[in-house]
Design a protein around this ligand. Structure first.
Ligand code: HEM
Length: 216
């Protein structure tokens, strides 16, 4: 049997952590209908800080010949995300959103990698965007159904420039396999993906802790 490709190893070695983030209490409640619209808005607000870190300094990452291969405007989430926040919170949304402590740590790490280690940046890029193109689709459907959104409020989950997510993800995995990383660097990328999942879990934990108690 052929040895697994890098993208297969990456997925296999991080899939348990994927399950932990998918199954985090906050996310599970949101998906099962136990969460509220406010919870969904609180998550969207944290996304704002994460995608600002991923997309604001992208030009620096684009200087790296390997990392550049993964970057495309077709993934850019900031315009749909800010449109969602304006719809969900109102025109003054910027003054209403704050990063939670885990989000601060997460975004500091992404910014550090954007300037210091492009391979590590790719690890975070992979974890968020391939996730958005995968489970994001299920989250989109669920939020529409639960909270009655049409397109406003859930634009973040709509990649209108990626009509075939499966094909896009296959291409992304090919680029992961083709990246001229040493064995050692590939190991470090896998570790960084594990750490990206941990950051996401910690954001869910902070969101859970910050929940407004239900009125009794
Ligand atoms: C309700 C929550 C979630 C659901 C239902 C879900 C579901 C899925 C599914 C079904 C796939 C496989 C798609 C495929 O094979 O093409 C997938 C892949 C993926 N998900 Fe999630 N997911 C969730 C949350 C997350 C979170 C929170 C993250 C990280 C921030 C994430 C990151 C990823 C990544 C990186 C992949 C691609 C793995 C690979 O093929 O290399 N997911 N997700």
């Amino acid at each position: 049997m052929a040895a697994p490709s890098f993208s297969e190893s990456l997925r296999a070695r991080t899939w348990a952590s994927h399950g932990d983030s998918e199954g985090a209490g906050f996310m599970r409640d949101l998906m099962t209908g136990e969460g509220t619209r406010e919870d969904y808005v609180a998550l969207a607000a944290q996304h704002y800080f994460v995608y600002d870190a991923l997309e604001h300094d992208i030009d620096r990452v684009a200087n790296d010949p390997i990392a550049r291969e993964f970057l495309t405007d077709r993934l850019t989430r900031m315009p749909p995300l800010t449109a969602d926040l304006e719809f969900l919170i109102g025109p003054d949304w910027r003054s209403q959103v704050r990063p939670l402590p885990a989000t601060v740590r997460y975004t500091e790490r992404i910014r550090e990698l954007a300037t210091g280690w492009p391979g590590g940046f790719v690890a975070h890029h992979y974890t968020r965007y391939l996730g958005d193109l995968s489970g994001g689709r299920a989250i989109h459907r669920r939020m529409r159904k639960l909270f009655g959104f049409d397109l406003d409020g859930v634009r973040f989950y709509v990649f209108d420039q990626i009509p075939d997510p499966a094909a896009f993800k296959a291409g992304y995995r090919e680029r992961l396999d083709a990246a001229a990383w040493s064995e050692d660097e590939r190991e470090r990328v896998i570790d960084e993906v594990l750490s990206a999942y941990r950051f996401n879990i910690e954001v869910f934990e902070d969101l859970q802790a910050a929940k407004t108690p239900a009125a009794v």
